[in-house]
Ligand binder design. Sequence first.
Ligand code: TRP
Length: 334
Amino acid sequence: METKKRIFSGVQPSGNITLGNYLGAIKNWVELQDDYECLYAIMDMHSITVRQDPKELKKRTLDLLKIYLACGIDPEKNLLFVQSHVPSHAQLAWVLNCYTYMGELSRMTQFKDKSKSHADNINAGLFTYPVLMAADILLYSADLVPVGKDQMQHIEICRDIAGRFNAIYGDVFKIPEGFLPKAGAKVMSLQEPLKKMSKSDPNPKGYISILDDSAVIAKKIKSAVTDSEGVVEFREGDEAKAGINNLMTIYSAVTGKTMDEITKEYAGAGYGVFKSDTADAVVEHIRPIREEYDRLSGDKAYLEGIFRSGAERAEKIASRMVSKVYKKVGFLPF
Ligand code: TRP
C-alpha cells in the first residue's frame, strides 16, 4: 500500500480571511487534498499571544471552519480541528520549551516585529509562539508544512528543536520540511502594494475579506492604488508598477489567464476597465464560497460534528506522540 505524505498547516482565527490568504494558501490546500494526507487546524492558542476579544475569537474560530469548508476543503478527506480542542498541543509545547533556547527565540523576526507593534503586551507566549508551532507540527509527524515565506523561520526553528531532541533521545520526531506552494499567488495590499495584504491592516481598504459583499469588493478594487502610466503590464520588481502588478496577480489567479494574455486583452484600454473587470472576476470567483459559507452558517450541528470528530481523531494521533515523549524524558508512566 502506498502511503501518502502528511501535510500539516493552519491559520489563526484572529482576523478576516483575506483574498490573499485564500489565493495564497487555502486555494492550494484544496488542490493538495487528493495527493496528501492533510491536517488543517485553526490556531486559536496562537491567537491569544495578542489580546483578543473573547466573543470575537469564538465567532472567528467558527467562521474560519466555515471558510475552510466553503473553500472546498473536504472534511472527509482532510482532518480539520481546533487547536485548543486537542490538549496534546499544550502538553508537547511545554516539553519543547525546555529544549529551546532564549537566544534562538530572540532572533525570530516575527517576535521582534510583534514586540514593536504590541509594545504594551510583550508576553511570554509571544516569545514562545514558535515552540507551540513546533509542537503543532511534530505531534503529527508531518512531512510537509505549507506556509508563507514569513513563516519559514518558524519551520527552521521547529527542525532545530526536533533535531536537538532526537539527538538526545533517538528518533522521536520526523523532521518536517517547509513547503512554499508554487502556485500560491502573493497578494499585496490594495492601498500600499509594497506590503503583503494583511487581515490585521487597520485600513480595511487595503484588503478584501473573503466575506466582503460584492459592492464592497468592487469599491475596494476600484480605489486600489495604481500608477499614472495607464499600461496594464506586469513588470516584476518595478516598485512603480506594484499596484498594477498586484491587480494583475489577482486577476490572473481568479481567471487562470497569463500576464501576457491580460496585457493583450487590455492594450489601450486603461485602468478603469481593467479594474472593473477584475472586480467582476473576483466577485464571481468568491460568490460560490460566500453562498456555501452562508448555507453552513445555518447548520450549527453539522459544524459541531466536524470539529468534534476532528478533535477526536487528532487527539488520537497526537496523544500517542505525547506519551512517547513523556516516556523519553522520564516522566513516571501511569
Ligand atoms: N504561525 C502560523 C501563521 O501565523 C500559523 C500556525 C500555527 C501554523 N501553527 C502552525 C502554520 C503550524 C503551520 C503549521 O501563519
